[in-house]
Design a protein around this ligand. Sequence first.
Ligand code: HEM
Length: 466
Amino acid sequence: MGFLLVILGAITGFICFCITLLKWNEVRYRRKGLPPGTMGWPVFGETTEFLKYGPDFMRRQRARYGNVFKSHILGCPTVISLDPDLNRYILLNEGKGLIPGYPQSMLDLLGKWNIAAVPGYLHKAMRGVMFSLINTNMIRDVLLKDIDCFMRSHLHNWSDKVLDIQEQTKEMAFLLSLKQVAGISPGPVADAFRPQFYKLVEGTLSMPINLPGTNYRQGFQARENILKLLRKTIEERRASEVTYEDMLGVLLDTDDEKVKYKLTDDQILDLLVAIIYAGYETVSTTTMMAVKYLHDNPRALSQIREEHLEIRRTKATGEPLSWDDYKSMTFTRAVIYETLRLATVVNGVLRKTTKDMELKGFTIPKGWKIYVYMRETNFDPHIYPDPLAFNPWRWLEKNLEANMYFMMFGGGNRLCPGKELGTVIISVFLHYFVSKYRWEEVGGDKILKFPRVDAPNGLRIRVSDY
Ligand code: HEM
């Protein structure tokens, strides 16, 4: 009996301690003008609920507090906005007291010149440089033919095989970006790069704890190794007479008039890493999910296949795709956008206030983060009727891309500069995939949608000739 009382006392004491901690954390962040919400535990806040329950956590808090509420996630006090108008305002008005607010591990591992983290004039200059590398003319005249050539080789010989399409699309996005960025073809250099890049990606998504064995520490070492490899490539190029057409070639060409702002070597390195990083998961998971949705929707598969077979009928065997071919792929574009809508790769973007800010009648203190949560808009039944259905035709019936709440690629002065390039890459992949092959899933089809789109056991398909 005495023992039971001790246990009961301990449990009651523990519950009281937890309640006091939670209360203390609420009081600590109580300030006039802040939106309603809860702050969770000291230090950890509500990060666990946010990462584990994602969209449900957001909806639950919205039901309690409205479209704008406060929380403490990813190590910082944060205002979360599910309000489409406020989200749009924030994306369009970054200059007015807002800067990028990405988590510390991402900032540390992607470098201080990472385009997604630099504000102000330098950001504008780096975007100018980035556009000179991947604008529509460059895609049409230079990049498309490389993408076409790469895809034919990557998708060669898939017949009569069981493949993990998640692994294949990741490999596709990784190898293609290495080729485009620094002319590195599949082979020993790419093989040395691959494990380092994967560690870097893991590190950016980890807690910034710099201890031996942590993902963060390994990410740091990986970053050093990646920079070493890229620096070596720069030195070799400077010592040679050859001119290169890839992105590094353009950046190192001091006479190239396309590039108005000359970057230092450190800035070039961080820009290259940012390009590989930003295009990797976005392109690979969207491609994987497009394959998944097409598999599950025979009518859409039949229509997209017809679109691509029609293009092939006009071509000689082995003839590459042209820009006009790409522009004619209207149903493919609709499939890609519908995939992006349902399997949202970028759920939201983070900003940080540089001064106290008045937004929607609330006062957001200086130094707080704002999580612009765009994912919910993708499921708004007023914009997308029957929002859970995979319906690519909705993009053909209405110009939804012109809708003011279309934010899958962000908006304002940080609108994704890789929007068109990413769409071209996925389209060319789908072209060769659906026109050459048929496929069926053979298990491992569990797909997580939050915080990242991921098939934890892979997504295995059996491929045969079409
Ligand atoms: C399906 C494909 C893609 C999606 C859905 C996507 C989505 C996004 C979003 C939402 C942002 C805004 C981030 C913010 O506001 O903080 C962004 C920025 C960015 N994206 Fe993409 N992206 C895709 C493909 C690519 C590709 C292929 C590249 C590289 C070639 C790329 C490079 C970048 C860069 C460098 C930024 C930062 C821009 C800045 O801060 O000015 N993205 N992307």
